[in-house]
Design a protein around this ligand. Structure first.
Ligand code: ADP
Ligand code: ADP
Length: 233
């Protein structure tokens, strides 16, 4: 479970302070697909970046499975971050590295597995996302959907329990979007991962999310089961 207790986030821009997230309480149950929807500037990325401690709250407390992540020291933070994978709108792949190398990177950085263990794990991950025949290719040789599959495999490399998806399908055509959403739903089902998903597309929320928070001006203006939230006239 991801829990926000009275969390507030302000950014300092020179003398000006911008409150990106007003005092917020939030609970995201383990194993859910949780959507964050709202206009640009609503505070969605800020909320997401607080979950993997890319941002620190200005006030309040955030717990993940009972662990207060606002109090972690450097080594605690390193091991916590491995439990949180992230995928991006523009995939963020290294263009000069092969598909297999991109996926292996988090495992090399973690430094816990041998070379042959890493190779085995990378093959398993590529098979899971349907790219077993693309290991030696480079990102430029892949379609958008395939690039995002590499992003997903890389995000899963350290066996995270949370996957953060920041506009993960916004750069993809509708058909490819459907396929990537299906893969994400399958990963949620098979691995029991909690998915937190930023999107500006209602349709994405309707298709795979269990719960949704609608954000506006740094506030969660509505929150609940997808069917209930979208039943409003
Ligand atoms: P999105 O398209 O997801 O709404 P944004 O334009 O809000 O993206 O933000 C893109 C990146 O720029 C984010 O990493 C965010 O932290 C950063 N950013 C957004 N607004 C500002 C700002 N006013 N000053 C500095 N960085 C910003
Ligand atoms: P969203 O993801 O919904 O587009 P963000 O969380 O990116 O919203 O942004 C919320 C507000 O915080 C915006 O006003 C944005 O400009 C501001 N903001 C985001 N990141 C930064 C940053 N790194 N520095 C300063 N302001 C930021």
């Amino acid at each position: 479970m991801i829990e926000f207790f009275q969390v507030n986030k302000a950014y300092q821009l020179g003398k000006k302070s911008i409150t990106a997230l007003h005092t917020t309480d939030l609970q995201i149950p383990t194993g859910q697909i949780y959507g964050l929807i709202g206009h640009s500037g609503a505070g969605k990325s800020t909320l997401m970046r607080l979950i993997n401690r890319l941002e620190e709250p200005s006030a309040g407390r955030i717990e993940v499975d009972g662990l207060d992540i606002t109090q972690l020291d450097a080594s605690g933070l390193r091991s916590f971050r491995r439990k949180v994978g992230m995928i991006f709108q523009h995939f963020n792949l290294l263009t000069s590295r092969s598909v297999a190398d991109n996926v292996a990177l988090p495992l090399r950085l973690a430094g816990e597995l041998s070379k042959s263990e890493i190779n085995k794990k990378v093959s398993d991950l590529l098979a899971r996302v349907g790219l077993e025949n693309h290991a030696k290719k480079y990102p430029a040789q892949l379609s958008g959907g395939e690039k995002q599959r590499v992003g997903i495999a890389r995000a899963l490399a350290t066996d995270p329990s949370i996957l953060l998806c920041d506009e993960a399908t916004s750069a993809l055509d509708p058909q490819t979007t459907g396929q990537v959403l299906e893969l994400l739903a399958e990963i949620n089902r098979d691995l029991g991962l909690t998915l937190v998903l930023i999107t500006h597309e209602m349709d994405v929320v309707r298709r795979i999310c269990d719960q949704v928070a609608v954000m506006d001006g740094g506030v969660i203006v509505e929150q609940g089961q997808v069917a209930d939230v979208f039943l409003h006239p």
